[in-house]
Ligand binder design. Structure first.
Ligand code: SF4
Ligand code: SF4
Length: 168
């Protein structure tokens, strides 16, 4: 656990802190296609993500307070694990989406829901406005346990920064 972390002092982890923990995928892994990012940095007794992943890509093991580790070679980016997480700590990113745009799929808990093709603001871990985003899918499937999954594309320039969206 990071005692002097940005999470403890400001309520969110920095990218550097995530990389220091060793749970953030490598650039090489991101270059291969869609992949889960698990920003779970509190050692809490929780493991539904591990149980949900049928690929066996998420490992927590024992004790249950271990931080989840992603085996990037097993992850297909299917997004099934997103709705299993009560902490909204998992999203999917795809650096290979197009030449200039990256894709992120993240859980969204606000109403009204955005619409497909809606222009939105892509935000970073602090909730700061970073760049424009475009919603390409709103997945409100009941199989997702009532967790709405938003797919949004945005400039690759901000690939690592973006984690969510807000309305214009
Ligand atoms: S995206 Fe799919 S394969 Fe990857 S960790 Fe989540 S459930 Fe497993
Ligand atoms: S389900 Fe979410 S909060 Fe629980 S261990 Fe997995 S990533 Fe962390």
């Amino acid at each position: 656990m990071i005692d002097d972390s940005n999470l403890k002092t400001k309520g969110f982890p920095t990218l550097e802190e995530l990389k220091r923990l060793g749970t953030y995928p490598s650039d090489e892994a991101f270059m291969k296609g869609p992949i889960a990012v698990i920003e779970c940095i509190e050692e809490i007794p929780c493991n539904p993500c591990e149980e949900t992943c049928i690929k066996g890509a998420i490992k927590i093991g024992k004790p249950i307070t271990n931080l989840p580790r992603l085996n990037t070679t097993k992850c297909s980016g299917c997004s099934f694990c997103i709705s299993s997480c009560p902490g909204l700590a998992i999203y999917i990113k795809d650096y290979t989406y197009s030449e200039k745009e990256a894709l992120i799929i993240f859980p969204y808990e606000f109403l009204p829901l955005p619409k497909v093709n809606e222009e939105v603001i892509a935000v970073d871990r602090e909730g700061q406005s970073i760049c424009k985003g475009s919603v390409i899918k709103v997945n409100n499937n009941k199989a997702n346990d009532n967790t709405v999954l938003i797919s949004m594309v945005y400039s690759k320039e901000y690939f690592h920064d973006i984690v969510a969206m807000k309305r214009l």
